[in-house]
Write a protein of this length. Structure first.
Length: 211
């Protein structure tokens, strides 16, 4: 049986006030290393490859080869666009974490939700998060403007899984899809991952959720 899932703004305000008094716990070194794993791997690989090339072929040939390779790769629009898209998939999780911290989306122990994965989408990126106990999709709805600004995006759409309420999906929209007549919406039909939780009426009622 379905019942309307009621959202109470006064309860959310009380929760935010309580969180404002909580000191957010900084991540431990292992968590920091995991969050920055792509940057660490890329930097380590670049330094190791550069050192090997300099030792094997000399500094000048290595620099010339590296510059020519980068310029040639970036001269192709498809390669340049792919590189930018992959870069955003690395940058966006960091920005989401900043948005969670600034939007007071963390548990009573001061921990923000866990980012499970980030994927590239025609509109930008899709981020799936695991809400810790004490956080919920309501927190993301209240902090939507903060998240949008933190992610340097046009908008952030919020979805939740009706069967697993601890999973929240954020669609980080960096470019419009509806271009009018044969736009990207036709080429890339949108398939939301879960029930949208972006429309809340004046009484605080949200879409029905199975109980």
């Amino acid at each position: 049986m379905n019942r309307p899932y009621q959202w109470h703004p006064e309860s959310q305000e009380r929760t935010n006030l309580q969180r404002a008094l909580v000191t957010r716990v900084p991540p431990n070194p292992l968590v920091v290393g995991w969050r920055w794993r792509y940057e660490i791997i890329l930097l380590s690989g670049f330094v190791a490859g550069l050192a090997f090339a300099v030792i094997s072929f000399g500094a000048v040939p290595t620099i010339i080869t590296a510059v020519v390779t980068v310029v040639t790769a970036l001269s192709f629009p498809a390669a340049r666009r792919s590189a930018i898209d992959r870069a955003w998939c690395i940058i966006t999780p960091h920005r989401v974490r900043v948005g969670c911290a600034e939007g007071l989306i963390y548990s009573s122990r001061g921990k923000i939700p866990i980012i499970l994965w980030t994927s590239h989408q025609p509109f930008g990126e899709r981020v799936v998060l695991w809400c810790r106990a004490g956080t919920s999709v309501q927190d993301f709805v209240c902090a939507r403007a903060v998240l949008t600004a933190a992610c340097w995006a046009q908008d952030v759409e919020i979805f939740f899984d009706t069967q697993r309420m601890h999973l929240v999906t954020l669609d980080i929209r960096r470019r419009p899809l509806d271009l009018g007549g044969g736009g990207l919406d036709d080429e890339f039909p949108r398939d939301p991952p879960a029930q949208p939780f972006t429309q809340i009426d004046d009484q605080g009622a949200s879409p029905e959720v199975p109980q």
